[in-house]
Design a protein around this ligand. Sequence first.
Ligand code: ZN
Length: 261
Amino acid sequence: MKRIDPIPRNLSADSLLKSLGITAPRDIDLEAIAYYVGLRIKRRCLKCCEAMITGRGNKGIISVTPGGMIQRERFSIAHELGHWAYHRGETVACRATDIGKFSKTNAVERAADQYAADLLMPWTMFKAECKPHRRLDLNALKLVAGTFNTSLTATLIRMVTSGLYGNAMMITHGTGGRKWHRSADGIPGYWFPKPDLDRESFAFELLHNANTQDQSFPRKIGADAWFDNHAAPRYEVTEQSFRVPGEGVITILLLDGAMLS
Ligand SMILES: [Zn+2]
């Protein structure tokens, strides 16, 4: 494999994939990509973080804690490749909470997350895989995540922000209440989910009853179970919730078209 030398700084994930001739999801081989840009990947227990990168000049090492889910490991490695593209020359150690959260407050971690998503789920390939799924539901999510070998969480963020599902929102909850949420562009800001889960919602049942299974099918529910603005009682939304280890419960919420005008 030919090597770029010196590796240009700020080489976008797209340019990198192009220069490697990668056009299909199954060819996104992170070991090969890392090698191409001068990096080796080591799996070793890290005390203070989940993944880190150390480097000098055009050579470096990505270290990643072994034993996690492969999809999570791939995102962590791709995140470190993002630091290599944007923050080279620095030793960067990333905690689990730094990776995959698209931090609103930490621009360095957000840039690395964005790079990881662009590398693992390039828009052209990603949209082509999503297109056959006219509606965003758990089944579609699992199929797309399987194609890209990415986690349900990272894949769902990508689907919600793809522009293909203009009425979609994802909301994550833990036992302490709402953790974070993402909305498709164009959803008005007043459709901001309530901090706590409504007892009527399936997500509530899933979070508080260990025997409950993930929702196989989406179902309609009054929008006031999810939103407390004055317009909510007039609408229904479609909810589908599922558990994600380490995250809690994630809900795919589809808004009625009339709510978007
Ligand atoms: Zn990081």
